[in-house]
Write a protein that binds this ligand. Structure first.
Ligand SMILES: Nc1nc2c(c(=O)[nH]1)N=C([C@H](O)[C@H](O)COP(=O)(O)OP(=O)(O)OP(=O)(O)O)CN2
Length: 137
């Protein structure tokens, strides 16, 4: 195994496969967060049910990518929590339309809002329910 170090951090990890070829490994970590919020979608036409005030039990999957540090972590999950937790507090049990940047809180725009605010983020996927999601990467 041939590791390339950048100060304390492994920026890529090259491994030899059984067929003799070298491959560069990409490592991702992910964590699921949940929040409950109300919203209405003001840009929808009159009569669309989602123009009315309603709520969702949102689920959010955050993915980060990077080299492994000396601990063997892309990032400690606890560090992810420290970065994502304060953002969750801004939206949990809130009317999303009142949050700056979420005046039109579609799943797509909520995903983008988190993506722009989470350091080292590779993707954010927002579920409004078990079946519907939007992802930004
Ligand atoms: N591309 C998107 N489409 C819709 C979004 C969105 O954010 N992006 N949002 C909505 C509404 O928020 C709506 O509440 C969601 O509708 P639906 O998928 O029908 O979910 P419900 O929880 O209402 O599920 P039911 O099975 O109808 O109870 C609409 N579209």
């Amino acid at each position: 195994m041939n590791k390339h170090f950048s100060s304390q951090r492994i920026v890529s990890e090259r491994r030899s496969r059984s067929d003799g070829d070298d491959v560069v490994l990409t490592t991702r970590i992910g964590r699921t967060y949940r929040f409950e919020s109300a919203h209405r979608l003001p840009n929808l036409p009159d009569g669309h049910k989602c123009k009315n005030l309603h709520g969702h039990n949102y689920r959010m999957e955050v993915v980060m990518q990077g080299g492994l540090d000396g601990r063997g972590f892309v990032k400690d999950f606890a560090e992810m929590d420290a970065e994502v937790g304060p953002l969750i507090k801004l939206v949990d049990h809130r009317l999303l339309n009142d949050v700056e940047g979420l005046e039109n809180p579609t799943a797509e725009i909520i995903a983008s809002w988190f993506f722009e605010r989470i350091p080292d983020c590779e993707s954010v996927r927002i579920y409004e329910n078990d079946d519907c999601w939007a992802e930004v990467s």
